[in-house]
Design a binder for this molecule. Structure first.
Ligand code: DAH
Length: 337
């Protein structure tokens, strides 16, 4: 073989295994290979031809080197494929669809869907809230015992808080209820209004089977002309029947909230509620919006009226699924999820 045919052999050879590669390489450049024979032949050339032949051989050696490298890369890729099967692309979405929405997310979606069907729009507000939105504007005065009852988590007044647009002497807290979103929604929109506001709330509570320092609520607010307790009872009856089935009975029990007058606690009774079947169970707070709340947001309380309600999402989920310990929602134990 001369150097041209050696190059052609190298280029057309396609060994597919490492052993075949070694044989292919040995045939061309091994101790008894074709190129070695060519190099040995240099001595037989006339002296004036030797330098050119040497240079040509060096050139071919370089080209062979790069061809051999390419072949080796191909073989290594084949070997990896044999070990791993199909090559892995870690960016592809998984074919394993075992993931599920968290039970609380599922229940929240179920609640907002029931209300969406009757025209309630989802509204949001911040979890770091000023006292004004969470308490003052909701007719809870500075010295009102409800402020203690809320067991609020306060931020130090002088604290700088990242991207919270903090006004100089406003007191910031972690919102204790989603009722603050009522105020935000009314300040943003003129009446009439129909909103539902699910979200996280925080209290200075000791954690046990029925308490958590952080839990979820869903708030409802309806503002229109001539709204009555009858409308309130009707919408909540519809909501709870959609959720727990048509056999559910409800009753309103007089209660007190600073932001509603009259205020009620709503109890429900169902024949299909496990150990709690056929008992009255308290499920949410509600009432007719207090005119003082409309005054806070500049709605004319002589023209507009409304109802509001607030419920704990964990509590609803526990009743729906017969869960007896609220801590299960936050432990991320896959058996529970
Ligand atoms: N914000 C109350 C709480 O956290 C719940 C509540 C009661 C909300 C009555 C309301 C309402 O909108 O009208 O305990």
């Amino acid at each position: 073989m001369n150097i041209d045919t050696i190059l052609i052999e190298a280029k057309t050879g396609r060994p597919t295994t490492r052993a075949a590669f070694e044989a292919y390489k040995a045939k061309l450049v091994g101790a008894n290979g074709a190129l070695t024979q060519v190099i040995k032949g240099i001595g037989k050339l006339p002296p004036e031809e030797r330098p050119a032949a040497g240079q040509a051989i060096n050139q071919v050696k370089k080209e062979l080197e790069s061809i051999f490298n390419e072949r080796l890369v191909e073989i290594e890729a084949q070997e990896r494929k044999a070990v791993l099967g199909t090559p892995v692309d870690p960016n592809l979405p998984t074919r394993d669809k075992r993931g599920r929405l968290h039970p609380l997310t599922q229940v929240r979606n179920q609640l907002t869907e029931i209300f969406a069907k009757i025209g309630f729009v989802v509204a949001e507000g911040p979890e770091i809230e000023s006292e004004w939105y969470c308490l003052d504007a909701l007719n809870i005065p500075q010295d009102h015992p409800a402020r203690d009852a809320q067991d609020t988590l306060y931020f130090p007044k002088q604290l700088k808080m990242g991207n919270v647009n903090k006004k100089a002497d406003e007191q910031y807290i972690l919102r204790t209820h989603t009722s603050s979103v009522q105020i935000r929604a009314m300040l943003k929109n003129p009446p009439p209004l129909r909103i539902i506001a699910p979200g996280r709330v925080f209290r200075r509570d000791t954690v046990d089977a029925t308490h958590s320092a952080c839990f979820h609520q869903i708030e409802g607010l309806y503002v229109d002309k001539g709204v009555t307790v009858c409308d309130l009872k009707d919408v909540l009856d519809h909501f709870l029947k959609e959720l727990f089935g048509n056999k559910v009975e409800i009753r309103l029990r007089p209660s007190f909230f600073p932001f509603t007058e009259p205020s009620f606690e709503l109890d429900l009774k169902s024949p299909h509620m496990g150990a709690l079947s056929n008992q009255w169970i308290e499920i949410l707070g509600c009432g007719i919006v207090d005119p003082a709340v409309f005054d806070s947001v500049g709605y004319d309380s002589h023209v507009w009226s409304g109802y509001a309600f607030g419920a704990g999402i964990e509590r609803i989920a526990m009743l729906l699924y017969g869960i007896d310990d609220v801590r299960l929602f936050y432990q991320n134990d896959l058996r529970f999820l």
